[in-house]
Unconditional design. Structure first.
Length: 215
C-alpha cells in the first residue's frame, strides 16, 4: 500500500526523542531533511548519510525509510571529527569508551535506533567514508553529507559519493556557511563545487542545510 501523507508526517514520539539525542541538527533543519528525503526516497532504494554521530539526523531519515520501504546506510568511523577530540570545542567526555580511552559514538547510535524502533531500516557502516566510497557501487536516491569539516574530508565526500546520486536524486549538505564569520568553509566550498559542476541545481535552504538535486 502506498504511503499516505499522514504516514509520512514525522511523529511526535520521534520528535521528542530527536530533541534528547546528542547531536548537531536543529529541529527545523531536521524537518526540512525529512521532507526532502520523503520526496526523493523510493521503495527498495537507498538513502546514504555521512556522519551518524549519535543518530539525531538518522532519526529523520530512518523514519522516511520505514514508511517508504527504503534503507538508510549511515556511515561514520565513530571516532568524532576534529572538533570532538579532547580539548576541542565540541568534546563530550561522556562519549569516551573507558576501556579503550577512545571517543566512540557507536553504542549511543545503536541505542537511538532501538529507542526509535527503526533498527530494521538503518544499516550503520563503521569506517572512514572515503574507504567505503572506494568500493560502493549502488545508485543513491538521497545523499546527506554531514561528516568531517576539513577541506580534505568534505571534498572526499563530494567526490566519492555524489557521483552515485541518480538523476533527480537529492544532495543535502549540512553546515553550509557562506559567511566565514558564521562557521568553517569546507561544506560551503563543496556546495559551490556541486553547483559549479553543472550537475546539481539548488532547491532550497533551511538554516545551514542546502538541498540540491541532480539534473
Ligand atoms: N549528523 C549528526 C552529526 C554528525 S557530526 C547529527 O545529526 O547530530 C560529524 C560526524 O562525522 C562525526 O561523528 C565524525 O565521527 C564523523 N566523521 C568525520 N569525518 C569522517 C570520515 N572521514 N569518515 C567517516 N566519518 C567521519
Ligand atoms: Mg552538521
Amino acid at each position: 500500500m502506498p504511503a499516505t501523507e499522514s504516514d509520512m508526517r514525522f511523529p511526535e514520539r520521534l520528535a521528542t526523542l530527536a530533541e534528547r539525542v546528542k547531536g548537531f541538527l536543529p529541529e527545523d533543519e531536521g524537518l526540512a531533511l525529512h521532507a526532502a528525503a520523503s520526496a526523493a526516497a523510493q521503495p527498495g532504494g537507498v538513502i546514504v548519510e555521512i556522519g551518524s554521530y549519535c543518530g539525531k539526523s538518522t532519526l529523520y531519515l530512518g523514519h522516511v525509510a520505514s514508511v517508504i520501504g527504503a534503507s538508510v546506510v549511515t556511515i561514520d568511523h565513530h571516532r568524532g571529527s576534529e572538533e570532538h577530540q579532547i580539548g576541542w570545542e565540541y568534546h563530550d567526555a561522556s562519549l569516551v569508551d573507558p576501556e579503550t580511552g577512545l571517543f566512540d559514538t557507536l553504542p549511543t547510535l545503536r541505542r537511538t535506533l532501538v529507542n526509535a524502533g527503526i533498527e530494521e531500516f538503518v544499516v550503520p557502516m563503521i569506517g572512514r567514508s572515503s574507504t567505503i566510497a572506494r568500493w560502493w557501487r549502488t545508485p543513491i536516491d538521497f545523499l546527506f553529507i554531514d561528516g568531517g569539516h576539513t577541506d580534505e574530508a568534505a571534498r572526499a565526500d563530494l567526490d566519492g559519493w555524489a557521483r552515485w546520486i541518480r538523476a533527480g536524486g537529492t544532495l543535502a549538505i549540512h553546515d553550509v556557511f557562506p559567511d566565514p564569520a558564521d562557521g568553517g568553509q569546507a561544506p560551503y566550498r563543496i556546495f559551490r563545487a556541486a553547483l559549479d559542476s553543472g550537475e546539481f541545481v539548488e532547491d532550497c535552504v533551511a538554516g545551514s542545510l542546502r538541498l540540491l538535486h541532480r539534473v
